[in-house]
Design a protein around this ligand. Structure first.
Ligand code: ADP
Ligand code: MG
Length: 689
């Protein structure tokens, strides 16, 4: 897309010069191309003139009238105030007011028609606007403006930015290659890139600017979705994955291992997986479920299909605690089975590790549970057929690529801990097929969630003690491990001491946090699971997957410090059994947003609804950790607000790649370049490279 003109320094544009170039650089604008693509964030529509009698307080609007008064005076406090009053033919007026500003002086004259744009305020007995934007409507250029609102930096005036953009467009707009083919443009009714650039920066009317802006957002999404579609295709096209058949005997054999009947949602997910595994194209499937809906049961089915087909399978967790947990779950399911299995984590002794590695290499181990230790270079497999990755969002897109390089072409099943908003499913996981489990197992009680004031703490503690007397267990979750000097929060260690010696001195209290060694963590978790502890003071290390059905009560301290999905995930820990769980939130809430979050979590137990709400409240970057999801920042698009464009782009991308997998056709030349430039480093795009 870059021609010499576009790569030229902005400094050499007429009227820019070194000083202004420095300001532009602060906005990330160094070249003419970057200047052209510095799109407005929004527009102020100053063409929509309201009659003066419909003036409304506090809302940005444009009103028009004849200048009937120009007045300047000094206030007692020394400020200079200038007032210009305009009136309509019916005598209705509004006064524009400027403090210590010369902007207006000499710009308007008695009898002129002018328009003021600003937010009106009723002052004593008349309408005023502070520092309105003024448009002088003399006979010749009576056209009112749609004014783009740009991200600016201090010292850079919007007029200067617009002048520079105008010059750059005049010089270079026609050189820019269009990423969108004529076909796509016609289908989506988008202007060419040059037209769109003019329209986005200098729209004749608001809809024109907005439409042009949407074109660029669509284009950005298309590039992303084409990259994902290419990656997905290239995985599919390899056709080297082992075909894993699920015969009726295998199915019956596996089902016998479950102490319960699978839910309809679980069965549906299994049916899709069975179909995927039977193909020689590697499965690429995302399994998402509400907390506690039973993903692990589904994953185990898949693992056992691989083993039944005389292949190896691995399940990988993001933490040692969770790998342990999976291991124990597997042990329960497989108690009477001959599946040869191993646990591979960082805490194995080097001798144990070596024995396990040899077993994997020789094909003497069928099933292995582990952490990242599984994907180190020295781990070799005799016949790896399936990789199950649990809690994917802790790994990120890049790591997914890394795991992929380990075997020949295993099947992949990716599981995520909490439901994710649809936009994330479409973007971050856009190259995967999706199975969703919404239904909770029968008899599962939902967690009653209450946000309590500090005054109720004593009462909540009492209820916990009663519950503990009945043989139940409870969690108390803190955001921090140790006292922090900057944040006035009780830490887990501190709270542990307080509770152990105070309100819960008759109970067995344990402490679990991320700074413990893996051995210590394992020890505490086992003690809690074996009911040697009544109360566990902990941090978010228990967030993912910890499964102790006898634990039915939870307190979350400083709950405002957790995201919605995280809160939902946390309270999911006390709904594992058949007794109704209760979760109490304590929080000194400071922001409106936090208050909304705590209300939402108290109101609904639908994890999918909460995920959308979370993303809406916090923005996706926060929700997912922008860097973590490996997609870099989107420049124009907003995954939350532009979901219609995202879906459109996705549909078009799939079609484009289906018709022209290598993007070799001339009309896809520019698109291919754009995709490689943007995602060539992050995603494995060999198919088009
Ligand atoms: P997730 O990983 O989705 O949070 P798990 O797979 O860990 O959920 O399952 C949560 C709990 O529900 C486990 O204790 C599991 O034994 C149980 N469970 C799973 N599926 C069913 C089912 N169909 N019927 C009854 N209990 C189930
Ligand atoms: Mg789980």
């Amino acid at each position: 897309m870059s021609t010499p003109n576009l790569q030229q320094c902005v400094q050499y544009l007429k009227g820019v010069g070194p000083a202004r170039a420095e300001l532009l650089a602060k906005l990330g604008i160094n070249t003419v191309g970057e200047l052209i693509f510095h799109l407005p964030r929004s527009y102020d529509d100053l063409t929509n003139v309201k009659p003066l009698e419909q003036i409304e307080a506090g809302v940005l609007q444009t009103v028009q009238g004849e200048v009937v008064e120009i007045d300047g005076k000094e206030l007692p406090d020394g400020r200079r105030v200038t007032q210009v009053v305009i009136a309509d033919p019916h005598g209705k007026c509004v006064a524009g007011v400027w403090y210590n500003s010369l902007m207006i002086v000499g710009k308007v004259h008695y009898g002129q028609q002018v328009a003021f744009s600003g937010k009106p305020k009723w002052y004593r007995d008349h309408w005023t606007m502070n520092h309105p934007r003024v448009q002088v409507l003399n006979e010749k250029e009576a056209k009112l403006e749609v004014v783009p609102v740009y991200p600016l930096t201090e010292g850079l005036r919007p007029e200067h930015l617009r002048d520079a953009i105008r010059l750059a467009l005049e010089k270079s707009a026609d050189e820019i290659l269009d990423t969108l083919s004529a076909l796509i443009r016609a289908r989506r009714e988008y202007p060419s890139v040059a037209q769109a650039l003019w329209q986005v920066h200098f729209p004749e009317a608001l809809p024109q600017g907005v439409h042009a802006r949407r074109r660029f957002i669509y284009e950005e999404f298309l590039i992303l979705q084409v990259a994902l579609a290419v990656r997905r295709r290239s995985m599919r096209d390899r056709q080297q994955a082992p075909k894993l058949a699920t015969t009726p005997q295998i199915d019956a054999h596996i089902r016998k291992l479950y102490p319960f009947a699978l839910t309809a949602d679980q069965n549906r997910a299994i049916a899709s997986i069975v179909k995927d595994l039977a193909s020689d194209r590697p499965m690429q499937r995302l399994l998402q479920a509400d907390v506690g809906a039973g993903k692990t049961a589904v994953a185990i089915y898949a693992l056992l299909v691989a083993v039944a087909n005389k292949h190896q399978a691995i399940i990988m967790a993001p933490t040692e605690v969770l790998a342990q947990q999976h291991w124990q779950t597997l042990e329960q399911y497989l108690a009477k089975s001959r599946v040869r299995r191993a646990l591979l984590t960082g805490s194995l002794s080097s001798k144990e590790r070596e024995r396990t590695l040899n077993g994997l290499k020789a094909g003497e181990i069928d099933l292995v549970v582990g952490t990242q230790a599984l994907i180190q270079d020295d781990v070799e497999f005799a016949k790896l057929a399936l990789v199950v990755i649990d809690e994917q969002h802790k790994f990120g897109v890049n790591q997914r690529a890394r795991v992929k390089k380990l075997g020949v072409d295993p099947h992949y099943l990716v599981m995520i801990a909490t439901p994710i908003p649809r936009t994330i499913a479409l973007s971050v996981f856009g190259d995967l097929d999706t199975s969703t489990i919404k239904q909770l197992p029968p008899g599962r009680q939902s967690v009653l969630t209450r946000w309590h004031a500090e005054a109720q703490r004593e009462r909540v503690y009492q209820r916990f003690q009663e519950e503990i007397k009945k043989g139940r267990q409870a969690y108390i979750v803190c955001p921090l491990v140790e006292e922090s000097e900057t944040l006035d929060l009780t830490s887990a260690t501190e709270l542990y001491e307080i509770l152990r010696t105070g309100p819960f001195k008759d109970c067995r209290v344990g402490l679990l946090h991320g700074r413990l060694s893996d051995d210590e963590k394992k020890h505490v978790m086992n003690a809690f699971r074996d009911r040697q502890l009544d109360l566990l003071v902990t941090t978010v290390v228990i967030e993912v997957g910890v499964d102790v059905p006898n634990a039915t009560r939870m307190i979350i301290e400083h709950a405002d410090r957790f995201g919605l999905s995280q809160l939902h995930q946390l309270r999911g820990r006390v709904s594992r059994g058949t007794v109704a769980g209760e979760c109490y939130l304590f929080a000194g809430v400071t922001t409106d947003e936090a208050r909304q979050r705590l209300r939402a979590i108290s109101r609904t137990t639908d994890g999918f609804a909460l995920a959308e709400e979370d993303a809406r409240l916090r923005g996706l970057g926060e929700f997912f950790g922008t860097r973590q999801h490996g997609l870099g920042d989107l420049r124009f698009g907003d995954l939350l607000h532009d979901i219609d464009l995202l879906e459109m782009a996705r549909a078009d991308a799939i079609e484009i790649v289906a018709a022209d997998a290598g993007l070799r056709q001339p009309e896809h030349h520019a698109l291919r370049q754009a995709v490689l430039a943007r995602y060539g480093q992050t995603l494995d795009l060999a198919a088009i490279g």
